[in-house]
Ligand binder design. Structure first.
Ligand code: BEZ
Length: 183
């Protein structure tokens, strides 16, 4: 990791969560890409998007894991939009995420230097690991201003299938959601 000062040129942004299926940032190119050394986990609390302050949902962050690779999508944000995009993302991800800079490998083999928003252990909204049933139940029952936590998980799982990637953590949670559907 190195520092992630605002770039004065365009930049690559790595999406590993909602950005994959909802690339809400202006971009001129997108490439499926991998971030080696990290795994995706529903370990970050969401009090402002997929949950509420008294009933947080769970959203993804990246955990350092030398044996893992996280698959996602890289977006090239052009220079003219760079400052506005960073302001918007810094605001949107104020619930514990910080900007980092990491090396990606695109499916084409190209190496990209990218900005990545990561919520690190110990931040104020950190929830951390929990038994999979507990995580699935929390996701099944949480709703926030951006919609249901269930929708976030299902959209992510579908987007990963579309990318042809298998993420055991995400798919296990998706499968488990069913048992918490209210009848
Ligand atoms: C994303 O990949 O969608 C994302 C994840 C965490 C913070 C910001 C964006």
């Amino acid at each position: 990791m190195s520092s992630a000062a605002p770039p004065d040129e365009g930049f690559w942004l790595f999406g590993y969560g909602s950005l994959i299926w909802n690339p809400s940032v202006p971009h001129v190119e997108r490439l499926p890409a991998r971030l080696p050394g990290f795994s995706r986990r529903f370990w970050q609390g969401s009090h402002d998007h997929r949950g509420l302050p008294h009933a947080p949902g769970r959203v993804v962050t990246l955990i350092e894991d030398a044996d893992s690779v996280c698959t996602g999508m890289a977006f090239r944000v052009p220079a003219h939009a760079a400052v506005d995009v960073l302001h918007a993302l810094d605001h949107r991800e104020k619930n514990g995420y910080s900007r980092q800079r990491h090396g990606l490998v695109a499916d084409s083999g190209e190496h990209l230097d990218a900005l990545v928003y990561i919520a690190e252990p110990g931040n104020f909204a950190w929830l951390g690991p929990a038994p999979v049933e507990e995580v699935a139940r929390q996701i099944a029952t949480s709703v926030g201003p951006s919609g249901s936590n269930r929708d976030y998980l299902q959209q992510l799982a579908q987007a990963l299938r579309n990318l042809g990637t298998h993420d055991e953590h995400v798919f296990e949670l998706e499968a488990m959601l069913q048992q918490f559907v209210e009848r």
